[in-house]
Design a protein around this ligand. Structure first.
Ligand code: GLU
Length: 414
């Protein structure tokens, strides 16, 4: 099943219980706007490469479209469409005043040097500029894009706008309008969610073993905060391979290692045993955290997952078939639209700071983040208990209700 179809499937599962009019359902299943652009790049060896770029705006009933953009060879319209819808549900699930959007360029950024990547980013900005804006559609980092890329982004946007429009993108470097705590926010939010779940399950974090698939910005900070809370992180991986240690990995040391290693990957990290991706996903741990790409837990491997708890730090790591198998087996799963919402939540704080030109200290950012994540988790947890729903269906239910309410208040249907 394609990613857009999978997102629609999860939406429909919750919509069944909501008695939505067919027309309203159709509006929510279809993006409001989709833009495909050509992104040409003259590389430094003189060759011309032409990449495909995308920005999909799913729904803006609750506020400006919001969502990151990624640089990855697998990016296509279907993927971006699915991820844009996920952003609508995510922002509504944690009750921040945004709709959902997503973007990307189908490129392997590891084949480009920094100057080429900067040029590619600037061209992408100029191509999508007609449909984005501080109060319209606000991009941010996602897979293979980071604060540095957002710095290039805002510079080009300011140039095109002939104005300081720093609120047009979030996840920027601190010196040019970024927020303290934004880099760590997605992982911090995943850890907050995990610890909240353990609290309600009456489990002691210091007795938990954890495997994290992915050691990019999201996975590494997730591992860091759970390690700090006393969990034993026994396996992590990135595109260079898997790394295990039954005694517990030294996560801060691994993060330091990545800062200086080739392509910032874990390859060659000494204090761990090599493990395969399947060993990481199917290993005997208390908590499994997929924090890389989509489609990792599928009908092929879901029956072999041994962890009784799965926290979706990545977007869409579980396919609908995989999800059904995990549910049948009684595995507790915290869905992406709740678990990884910390990133977009601090993007929201960054945007508020940009619009007010008043900057918060890190404690303020983290206190607000904790409050929002705890409230969202507890509302979803309580609804799931009350109506005997999975946490995913409960999260979608709350999100859909909020979006439909906003559409109703705007008179988008009567
Ligand atoms: N890319 C992140 C996500 O999928 C963050 C989006 C944002 O900050 O707008 O939630």
């Amino acid at each position: 099943m394609s990613l857009a179809a999978a997102t629609k499937y999860f939406f429909e599962q919750a919509a069944q219980g909501l008695d939505l009019e067919p027309g309203v359902k159709q509006m929510l299943e279809t993006p409001q706007r989709e833009l495909l652009v050509q992104v040409p790049l003259v590389k430094e060896d003189g060759t011309l490469e032409v990449y495909s770029g995308f920005r999909v705006q799913h729904n803006d009933a609750r506020g400006p479209f919001k969502g990151g953009f990624r640089f990855h060879p697998s990016v296509d319209l279907d993927e971006v469409r699915g991820l844009a819808a996920l952003m609508t549900w995510k922002c509504a699930a944690v009750n921040i005043p945004y709709g959902g959007g997503k973007g990307g360029v189908a490129v392997d950024p590891f084949t480009l040097n920094k100057r080429e990547l900067k040029q590619l980013t600037r061209t992408f900005v100029s191509k999508i500029f007609p449909i984005i804006g501080q109060k319209v559609d606000v991009p941010a980092p996602d897979v293979n894009t980071n604060a540095e890329v957002m710095g290039w982004f805002v510079d080009k946007a300011n140039e095109l706008a002939r104005d300081d429009v720093r609120g047009i993108v979030t996840g920027k470097p601190i010196g040019i309008g970024g927020s303290l705590g934004r880099t760590e926010a997605t992982g911090r939010g995943v850890a907050l969610t995990t610890l909240r779940l353990l609290k309600w399950l009456g489990k002691d974090p210091t007795k938990m073993t954890v495997a994290v698939q992915g050691f990019g910005n999201n996975g590494s900070w997730t591992a860091y905060y759970l390690h700090q809370a006393g969990c034993r992180i026994v396996a992590v991986s990135d595109v260079s391979g898997g790394f295990g240690n039954e005694e517990g990995l030294d996560i801060p040391a691994m993060m330091e290692y990545c800062k200086t290693s080739d392509k910032h990957l874990l390859a060659g990290y000494p204090d761990a045993d090599p493990i395969s991706n399947a060993e990481l996903l199917e290993g005997k741990v208390d908590i499994l955290i997929p924090a890389a790409l989509e489609n990792q837990i599928t009908k092929e491997n879901a029956a072999r997952i041994q962890a009784p708890i799965v926290i979706e730090a990545a977007n869409a790591p579980t396919t609908p078939e995989g999800d059904a198998i995990l549910n049948e087996r009684g595995i507790t799963l915290v869905p992406d639209i709740l678990a990884n919402a910390g990133g977009v939540t601090v993007s929201y704080f960054e945007w508020v700071q940009n619009l007010q030109s008043f900057y918060w200290d890190e404690d303020t950012v983290n206190t607000h983040l904790t409050n929002i994540m705890h409230k969202a988790f507890d509302d979803i947890w309580n609804l799931a208990k009350e109506r005997d729903l999975t946490l995913r269906t409960a999260a979608y239910t709350i999100a859909i209700e909020r979006v439909v309410e906003a559409m109703k208040m705007k008179g988008l249907f009567v």
